[in-house]
Ligand binder design. Structure first.
Ligand code: OAD
Length: 371
């Protein structure tokens, strides 16, 4: 029956609309079709579409038409029904609640592809408020704070890099849910069970070679260049902020890309560590330059992070459980506003001016669209 069809996505342009309709079957599967009304959208075919003054001309009302396209039996095919139109650039009016995420990711694909810089921030804001209504007001607030702040410091943890396929430590798939940190990440482990210590860090070093910085790292690097942020204090040892192009980085837990002798502290090369060679100066065992439990943080990184945090009027904490002292104390040491972006937010445990639950890359992308 006709009224079984529900609006999945409704798009408007001057004098007309395109609607993607969907009908849920008894099996739970959906079928889709498109309805195009009151305008000759053929003139808007995407390849020729340019957001110039002539747009107004091609959008003028022609003879009203009501055209039902073919039915599609999967979401991928449904989106293809819209391929004929520059749909990301039209005015989004309604998105079905059950399809918000799917519409958003279809839009992201288009934005990454041909529409990129042709979609203005007003239009993107409209899309995000319809597709991700839970984020919209918070993302708005954060973008305003970021633009008004004169000194912003970012504090990142392992959650910043999970979208690069690097496990964090305390999530279900995290390192410390599979390996007891006392056996691999302590000075005792280095001294008493070097084989296991070596195996663990070799695995992490080799694992990193398959990964690269994600969109979140890229956005932070871009914000630094634009003067929106002044420093990144990170608990991560992966070096991905540097790889993404950030400059003012303070590595609180050291770097997995630097090596030294565990005995005389002379520096060494990665290949010497990986091949389990001994120190060429004293014969001692080699280790990566990460901070192990029981060791002090690098003094300079800590001091400089603290200086930045103290003079910040905005501190954004991203992807860290804040379980590890003393980095966990940094957000408390500012008089500025504090923001927490994390995949899981426990409001009883953390106290921030603004908390946004979600993936770092996804949230930073939404904010980035508004700044
Ligand atoms: P944790 O594993 O303790 O916390 C990572 C947090 O990031 C968790 O709360 C996740 O829910 C969240 N998360 C995961 N993926 C995310 C995503 N895509 N977007 C946003 N949040 C996400 O890692 P850290 O807090 O960094 O130290 O751990 C601190 C220190 O503990 C590490 O530097 C390491 C570890 O032991 C040493 O090894 C000295």
């Amino acid at each position: 029956m006709e009224n079984d069809w529900q609006t999945i996505l409704s798009l408007g342009a001057e004098g007309g609309s395109i609607t993607l309709l969907g009908k849920e079957q008894h099996s739970g599967e959906w079928v889709f079709k498109k309805a195009v009304n009151e305008m000759n959208f053929d003139d808007l075919e995407d390849e020729s579409f340019q957001p110039t003054k002539s747009t107004e001309k091609v959008c003028t009302l022609k003879s009203p038409i009501s055209n039902r396209g073919n039915e599609a039996t999967s979401w991928e095919k449904a989106i293809k029904l819209l391929d004929h139109y520059p749909w990301p650039m039209l005015n989004p009016r309604e998105v079905h609640p059950a399809f918000r995420k799917r519409v958003w990711s279809a839009l992201q694909k288009e934005v990454k592809g041909k529409y990129g810089d042709r979609i203005n921030s007003y239009r993107l804001k409209k899309w995000s408020s319809l597709c991700l209504p839970e984020y919209s007001p918070k993302v708005d607030t954060l973008s305003k704070w970021l633009q008004n702040s004169t000194h912003t410091t970012i504090l990142t943890g392992a959650g910043m890099s999970t979208e690069s396929n690097i496990p964090d430590f305390r999530s279900k798939e995290g390192w410390w849910n599979n390996i007891d940190p006392r056996t691999v990440a302590t000075t005792d482990a280095l001294r008493d069970d070097y084989d296991l210590f070596h195996e663990f860090y070799s695995m992490r070093i080799n694992g990193l070679k398959q990964c690269k910085p994600n969109i979140g790292h890229d956005i932070l690097a871009d914000w630094e260049q634009k003067g929106l942020i002044q420093a990144i204090a990170t608990q991560n040892v992966d070096g991905f902020h540097t790889l993404a192009g950030s400059k003012n980085i303070y590595e609180l837990h050291g770097s997995i890309h630097k090596f030294r002798c565990g005995n005389c502290a002379m520096s060494a090369e990665e290949e010497d560590f990986l091949s389990e060679s001994n120190c060429k100066y004293c014969g001692g065992k080699l280790r990566p330059g990460v901070v192990l439990f029981g060791e002090m943080l690098p003094e300079e990184s800590w001091r400089d992070s603290l200086t930045h945090i103290q003079k910040s009027d905005l501190v954004i904490v991203i992807g860290t459980s804040l379980e590890v002292y003393p980095a966990s104390q940094l957000p408390k040491m500012t008089n500025g506003k504090t923001v927490y972006i994390n995949a899981e937010v426990d409001t009883t445990h953390h106290n921030f001016d603004l908390m946004i639950e979600g993936k770092a890359g996804e949230i930073l992308k939404l904010v980035d669209e508004l700044v």
